[in-house]
Design a protein around this ligand. Structure first.
Ligand SMILES: C[S@@+](CC[C@H](N)C(=O)[O-])C[C@H]1O[C@@H](n2cnc3c(N)ncnc32)[C@H](O)[C@@H]1O
Length: 187
């Protein structure tokens, strides 16, 4: 959709604990993330959602976190070390058009794409790459900022998801966000 990526300085703001007062990661993720799961945080930045996910999946779980900016992932790794969850995260620097997850065939229980889809240039390709990495019936939560993404842009994104094999299950309410909970359909 766009050729703009979130600057690193915004990454620090997004990781601020103050954000929890209006977008609380555990409350947002609780319906979807359980102990032992393999989950994915697409466009993880500095880990506002990755780190809570790492605590929620506990020792046997794993969080694959994807970002196109190494500086975001470096900061995330440092925080994961401080919070003693480094062993549970799998940070991957991706190239943008190629998210680099072909090795994950049917492994992922849940994926989060929070405030990232409007930064991805080729959204149809993104959904086509995501699909095979998910287990059958795995769910994907997408959220886009209302300030950056119009309802019609969001609808276009959802129709690309549908074409790639995802079913919309609902629209969970999240502060100032357009959201959709998707599920991988069988082909
Ligand atoms: C607005 S930030 C949102 C970060 C995080 N999801 C959050 O809500 O705090 C978007 C992040 O997605 C990353 N990003 C942009 N395009 C991407 C792509 N094609 N694949 C993976 N990450 C991408 C950016 O580098 C940035 O760190």
């Amino acid at each position: 959709m766009a050729d703009h990526v979130c600057p690193v300085w915004v990454g620090y703001l997004l990781a601020s604990p103050i954000r929890k007062y209006f977008q609380h990661p555990q409350k947002i993720l609780k319906p979807y993330v359980e102990k032992g799961m393999t989950v994915m945080d697409i466009g993880s930045a500095m880990g506002f959602f990755t780190l809570p996910m790492a605590h929620m999946v506990k020792e046997d779980g794993r969080v694959i976190c994807l970002d196109v900016q190494d500086k975001m992932l470096m900061a995330l790794k440092k925080k994961a070390l401080n919070e003693d969850v480094f062993e549970r995260i799998d940070p991957r620097l991706c190239s943008g058009d190629d998210i680099g997850i072909t090795d994950l065939e049917s492994q992922v229980d849940f994926a989060l794409a929070f405030a990232v889809l409007h930064e991805i240039r080729d959204v149809p390709r993104f959904f086509l790459q995501l699909y095979p990495a998910l287990k059958p019936n795995a769910r994907v939560l997408i959220a886009e900022p209302k300030g950056h993404v119009s309802e019609s842009q969001f609808s276009t994104t959802l129709s690309e998801a549908e074409k790639a094999g995802f079913l919309e299950l609902g629209r969970p309410p999240i502060f100032r966000s357009r959201t959709a909970l998707l599920q991988k359909k069988g082909r």
